[in-house]
Design a protein around this ligand. Sequence first.
Ligand SMILES: [Zn+2]
Length: 313
Amino acid sequence: MAWYPGATRMELQPESDGQPAIRPTQFILHSVAAPWTARRMYEYWRDSTNLESHFGLGYEGDLAQYIGTETRADSNYAANRRPDGTGAVSIETASNLKHTDPWTDRQIEQLIRLGVWLHQRHGVPLRICRSHSDPGYGYHRLHSAWSSGGTSCPGDARVNQFRKVVFPGIVNRANGQSPSPLPPEEDPVPEMLHESNATDMELTSGNWTGLSFRTAVLLVGPVRQHTVVHLVLDDATAPDTVVEGCFYTTDKNGGDRSLHLPVRGYGPGGHQFACTADVGAGRHLRFMVRARTRDSRPVRLLHRAVSGPFWKL
Ligand SMILES: [Zn+2]
């Protein structure tokens, strides 16, 4: 039985003791189609139906846990518990009656924190589930095997937030908090990457721009690396400017791009982007940035730096 320390415990009985154990490998997000608090969800499952989730989240960020994460809950149909004993952890989130509204900022913050905990506690891998049984993160309508007869849950606005804010937020925070990757055994002392460039640069709104530090190539594989890019944007940048950073690898000619997941921030000042991964033989690690402004005006990048340990493999 695992209980998330960031939630209020409102244990549902007899489900919590009576339902079979699972090994949690997925996290599936729902909208409950009701503007309820986490306590009201508890009362609903206690009194009215037994298709409960592990967690419930109100608009104000009130988060409750009803069942331990290593016990089956019943909101994900075939994903609740598979024949191999793996299953999904589920959360219902307050929404309007037709689940067409977006998550509030407080809900998003709680979803990210819980998503990080599930990665750390249960090893849920930081990817979007590629199939109904694939370990990772998803939302109810992502795979048809997760519902009986189909569902639009959690709604278009939240699917969009999941892909652009919630899931990248989980990845970013999980990477930021995890220690550097284990060095290869033969060479425990890392080399350090540290380059910076103080030349002002104009970023055209909406376009990805590859950044050069000393050169455009940060590292050449094969290496194991933990790299952080730090960008500083002009104070005149509008606060609602969307700033995205993306690490990627190429072949030695800059072709055959393979993208990491973009990570997003907002507004002026400092922005940090982290990447922890092995870069394969002959691959070049690079970084690009995109700023998007409401009025399409360009954004001024004042300073950029890249640093972190790496180990030649
Ligand atoms: Zn649902």
